[in-house]
Every structure is written in structure tokens, then in C-alpha cells.
Design a binder for this molecule. Structure first.
Ligand code: ATP
Ligand code: MG
Length: 410
């Protein structure tokens, strides 16, 4: 039996980096006032269709959607934002306190062409903020990403930011875009032509090289921002500069989901080839109301956990968790003693290993080496007869004899 295409096991050999990232992220989020939330992996299809947008790649081609036994249309979550908004609205969180900050980590599912950095089950670290429309929140989220990546020792990353405007300025941009697209009609792919009526903004996100070429001088949302959006974006840029966060304004960045308004961003790396985006985020001030809540500004981001780990793997060998002590026990009486000692030490937080297979001294020392034990405790029949054991420091090869009375854990 094999895993399904695009699905994979994350094996214990590589788990230390995953744990390190998760630990750093949790610490950082908690220090910035975020609370963990856990949401289901399965939701009604309608939730994603309505929030991400019908005419997007995710909804049109990538979702795992099926009818359950009663015929309800369900989808494995392709992202977390929609579900967290659903939760915020369902539990009327806005009623007691509209300002909420959440984070979560978990698997997402998209049926894409699997390749390095692109899987059908992948993991995201996600953060969302509700109830704050201030541009300082936009800056803070980008600052948090910058800080997390700094703590993880990552280099070669750049933040691309753009402003997508709001319902005030969209219409003027939309008509300029449509006019431009009409003039390039003969150079666009079939998919883009189809989207011209439904969702012209999505055309700017097309990955086909002919379309990309045709769109190089497409109008930019930045030239159509209303004064409020303009001010908002200026504050974001100014504060990021003051905080020393490297960024570049990328007027071609539109992101692949419909719900974004104003600031949108992506963190890109130069080290992962085509799969260059390690995190993406943006403001979505209209979505809470769209999903039935009161008008509530909101903003969030998602980090591609798998890609982040891949970048880290290129930088350093994964840390093997060290083994504190290997117990070499020779003879039945010693094995039983070693068993009790090892349980007691493990209980106290010291990691130990022993071997029950009745192997020779030589084989056991070899195994201690293989497991990279810091120390080896040797309990042979001779030693036990004299009420002693040997403790060997594997790095220095120094060896001391201890009487059993010295063993504080007994
Ligand atoms: P891409 O342009 O690479 O397809 P995206 O815009 O679809 O990314 P988002 O929806 O913004 O991605 O998700 C946030 C992050 O999740 C991405 O920056 C990326 O690191 C990661 N991600 C998205 N899809 C996948 C996938 N299929 N496998 C692994 N990571 C993914
Ligand atoms: Mg994608």
C-alpha cells in the first residue's frame, strides 16, 4: 500500500524542524496577543465557494469536494481563513468583543500538480485578526512574519506588498482593467477569456507565460486608490520602513482569492525555484459581512509550513534529538534493573534507551554509538556483583565506576 499522490508521511527524521518552527511561531503569536483556535478539516462546500470566490483556481480546480452519504456537498478545507470567519460569525464572537486575534496550524487540501513545495495535503500556519481596520495592524502582521523568519535564521526572503483598494476604488480600476483586457483579447488564454466577464481581476493572477507577457503594462490598482486607501497604504509602508522590514511594492501582486481588500502581501524566497512563495496574506474587510456577520474589518496570513521547512532544510541538517543515556545491561538480573532505572529516568525527563535482545557488550556499545547517546551506563554481571556500574562519557571516553548507592534515581 502506498500514500495517495500528493500526500506524504512526515517521518520522525525530519520532524525536529517542524517542531522548532511550531514552537517559535506559537511563542511569537502568544506574545503578540494571539489565541490558538482549532477548526474542522471538513466544511460545507458553499463556505469556500462564497468566500474564496467561484471563479478562482482553488474553487474551480483544486478543491476536494464530495457528497456524503446524505448528499450534502462537503469540501476538505483548502485554506483556513474562511473557516475562522465562519467560526467568528457562528459563535457571535463579535457580540462580546469584536477584536479577536487567532492562530492555528494544520493540514490544508488542494488538488494541484504535485512537485517540490507543492502537495495535495500541505500544512499552513495561519493568523487572523478581526475588528481592527488600522494600517498598524497590517504592518504588525508583516512585522510578525519578518520576526519569525529572523528567529528561524532565514535569509534571502523578500516581502512583496500591494494595495488592492476597497469597494470605493474598485469600480474605477475594474473599468480601466476591462478596457485594457479588451485591447489584449487576442493574446489571452481561454481560461482568462472566460473570466473576463466573471472575474477580470483574476486574469492578473494567470500563470500562463503568454498571458503574463500580454499583461506586463496592465493598469495597477495603485493608480486607482481612493484617498483613504492611499493613506492606509502609505502608513503601512512608512511603519515597515521605520521597523527595518525589507519590502518592495509589487503592483502585479493580486493573490488568488477574491476576498482581499487593501493591503495584500507575499513573502518570497529565492531558494525554492518555482515554488517561491512561503507566506501570503491580506486584508479582507468585506468577508465577515459576506458570511452573515456584522461589517467587521479583518486581516490575516498563511505560512506554507512545508515550504518553510524545505528552506530550513537547505540551510542546516535537521537536529536529531539527542539521547541522554544508553544502558548496557548484561544478564537477566541486569536487564530487569536496567528496565526499572530507565523508566524512572524517563519519568524524570532523562531520555534513555536499552536493548532487550540479549546482545553482546560489543553489539550494545555499537548501538549506543548509532543512537548518539551522550553517556552509556554499563551494568554487567561482574559490576552488579560488586554493587557498581560504569558510567562512560561518549564524547571524552572518560569512564567512572559508581556504587549503586550513588545512583540518585534508584
Ligand atoms: P502558489 O502561488 O504557490 O500556488 P497560493 O497563492 O496558492 O500559492 P496561498 O493560498 O496564499 O497560496 O497559501 C499560503 C501559502 O501556502 C503559500 O504561500 C504557500 O507557501 C503555501 N501553499 C499553497 N499551496 C500549497 C501547496 N499545494 N503545497 C504546499 N504549500 C502550499
Ligand atoms: Mg496556489
Amino acid at each position: 500500500m502506498q500514500t495517495i499522490r500528493g500526500f506524504r508521511d512526515i517521518l520522525p527524521e525530519t520532524i525536529s524542524l517542524w517542531q522548532k518552527v511550531e514552537k517559535e511561531a506559537t511563542q511569537l503569536f502568544e506574545a503578540f496577543g494571539f489565541k490558538e483556535i482549532r477548526i474542522p478539516v471538513l466544511e460545507k462546500t458553499e463556505l469556500f465557494a462564497r468566500s474564496i470566490g467561484e471563479a478562482t483556481d482553488i474553487v474551480e480546480k483544486e478543491m476536494y469536494t464530495f457528497a456524503d452519504r446524505k448528499g450534502d456537498k462537503l469540501t476538505l478545507r483548502p485554506e483556513a481563513t474562511a473557516s475562522i470567519v465562519r467560526s467568528y460569525v457562528q459563535h457571535k464572537m463579535y457580540a462580546s468583543d469584536p477584536v479577536r486575534k487567532f492562530f492555528m496550524t494544520g493540514p490544508m487540501f488542494r488538488r494541484e500538480r504535485p512537485q517540490k513545495g507543492r502537495y495535495r495535503q500541505f500544512y499552513q500556519i495561519d493568523a487572523e485578526v478581526f475588528g481592527i481596520d488600522s494600517p498598524y495592524m497590517d504592518s504588525q502582521l508583516i512585522f510578525i512574519l519578518h520576526e519569525l523568519f529572523k528567529r528561524l535564521g532565514l535569509t534571502g526572503l523578500s516581502a512583496h506588498i500591494n494595495s488592492l483598494g476597497c469597494p470605493e476604488c474598485r469600480p474605477s480600476f475594474q473599468s480601466a482593467l476591462l478596457k485594457f483586457l479588451e485591447s489584449r483579447k487576442d493574446r489571452l488564454c481561454e481560461n482568462c477569456l472566460r473570466r473576463m466577464d466573471k472575474n477580470p481581476l483574476r486574469i492578473l493572477d494567470c500563470k500562463m507565460s503568454e498571458c503574463k507577457d500580454a499583461l506586463t503594462d496592465a493598469p495597477s490598482t495603485l493608480d486607482h486608490l481612493c484617498p483613504v486607501c492611499k493613506d492606509h497604504f502609505e502608513t503601512v509602508k512608512r511603519t515597515l520602513e521605520t521597523q527595518g522590514v525589507d519590502f518592495m511594492v509589487d503592483k502585479t501582486l493580486v493573490r488568488g482569492l477574491d476576498y482581499y481588500t487593501r493591503t495584500a502581501w507575499e513573502i518570497q524566497t529565492t531558494t525554492l525555484g518555482a515554488q517561491s512563495s512561503v507566506a501570503g496574506g491580506g486584508r479582507y474587510d468585506g468577508l465577515v459581512a459576506e458570511l452573515g456577520g456584522p461589517p467587521t474589518p479583518a486581516i490575516g496570513f498563511a505560512i506554507g509550513f512545508d515550504r518553510l521547512v524545505e528552506v530550513l532544510e537547505q540551510m542546516e541538517a535537521p537536529l536529531e534529538p539527542p539521547l541522554d543515556l544508553f544502558i548496557v545491561s548484561l544478564g537477566d538480573a541486569a536487564v530487569e534493573k536496567a528496565y526499572f532505572w530507565s523508566c524512572e529516568l524517563n519519568r524524570k525527563g532523562v531520555s534513555t534507551e536499552l536493548d532487550f535482545r540479549g546482545k553482546s557488550m560489543k553489539a550494545l556499545m555499537k548501538r549506543a554509538d548509532k543512537l548518539k547517546a551522550g553517556h552509556v551506563l554499563i551494568a554487567g554481571e561482574n559490576e552488579l556483583a560488586q554493587n557498581t556500574v560504569l558510567l562512560r562519557n561518549m564524547a571524552t571516553t572518560e569512564q567512572v565506576s559508581l556504587t549503586l548507592d550513588h545512583l540518585v534515581w534508584i
